[in-house]
Design a protein around this ligand. Structure first.
Ligand code: 13P
Ligand code: SF4
Length: 310
């Protein structure tokens, strides 16, 4: 790329030329968030993808998110800046192993977190996100056994909130599992007035210190409604950009991972860069594609989620 190119202006131009909408997750680089038409959590992004009348969806997020947009929009082109932007939850729940796992639980309803492949969605009855998981499980009749996959931490959190037992697939998010309870307690001592706000993908030992637990959108909203001035934020650090932008008068402290590393940044989300976003729009590739049989089977549980979501 010519270093003199104004990428922000070029992306705006391409957006008009392609009749494209840019959907971005909160864990994207701040630059990407700033060129997006919509920034949201997985539920908000799915709803936007279902509603858009743009011809091209440029998805600044990870593969399962772009794939969900494609499942909802088979005739639209869905571009993803880097096709390698995966997710540890999705990658560690391959559909063949999941199908085998499910054979041990006949008669169970299968609720899968949206962080999974289209092939796993196709094996599921209902999809959920961190924003609606508790509400969806609460709508399932009490005597109906449930398999919940692939995030065991979200699963445990939902079990605690709903009082339901569920069979859990043993997956975790490599970002949220690195937050350290020990360091979090030390940080709380230094900031006794700060509220701890955390994503439900965190380990139970971390979540038990949280004053509020929710999806990325819920955490952002909570930071606005709470009258506290300081927050320890236990999720991927990209969300701090919108928190700081919306509430410049408040203090947002990223929670520390156990090791001294940038582990509170998702290595998959961060594969997308402003340059790659520009290039994928200029070249109209890489594109997310799906075989129609899988798409149709994955669509039903997503549609159920959208209908059951508060
Ligand atoms: P939400 O933005 O839906 O809370 O999900 C977080 C996440 O890990 C996305 O990969
Ligand atoms: Fe997956 Fe975790 Fe990255 Fe979200 S933060 S995309 S759950 S690896």
């Amino acid at each position: 790329i010519d270093p003199r190119l104004d990428l922000f202006a070029e992306i705006e131009r391409l957006k008009r030329e392609l009749n494209a909408v840019i959907l971005a997750h909160y864990y994207q680089d701040p630059d990407i968030q700033d060129v997006a038409d919509y920034i949201g959590d997985s539920l908000g992004l799915s709803r936007q993808a279902a509603a858009t009348d743009a011809r091209v969806i440029v998805f600044a997020g990870v593969h399962f998110m772009a794939e969900t947009a494609k499942i909802l929009n088979p005739t639209k082109q869905v571009l993803l800046p880097d096709l390698a932007a995966g997710c540890s939850l999705s990658d560690n729940c391959p559909s063949d192993r999941f199908a085998e796992f499910l054979r041990a639980y006949p008669g169970h309803i299968v609720i899968s977190y949206i962080n999974c492949s289209a092939a796993v969605k196709a094996l599921s009855d209902i999809i959920c996100t961190s924003a609606n998981a508790v509400a969806i499980v609460n709508q399932i009749p009490k005597d109906q056994p449930i398999v919940f996959a692939p995030d065991r931490n979200l699963g445990r959190y939902v079990m605690a909130q709903s009082g339901r037992e569920m069979v859990l697939w043993p997956g975790t998010c490599i970002v949220h599992e690195t937050f350290s309870e020990r360091k979090l307690i030390a940080l709380k001592v230094r900031h006794p007035d700060a509220e701890v706000i955390a994503h439900p993908e965190c380990e139970p030992a971390v979540l038990r210190h949280a004053d509020f637990v929710g999806s990325t959108t819920a955490l952002l909203k909570y930071a606005g409604t709470s009258d506290r001035r300081a927050f320890i934020v236990v999720t991927e650090a990209g969300i701090l950009h919108q928190m700081q932008k919306a509430h410049p008068d408040k203090l947002f402290i990223p929670a520390p991972p156990e090791a001294d590393c940038a582990c509170n940044e998702c290595p998959f989300m961060r594969l997308n860069t402003l340059e790659k976003l520009y290039l994928c729009m200029r070249d109209r590739t890489p594109e997310v594609t799906l075989d129609e049989a899988t798409r149709l089977r994955a669509l039903t549980p997503i549609e159920r989620m959208l209908a059951m979501s508060p």
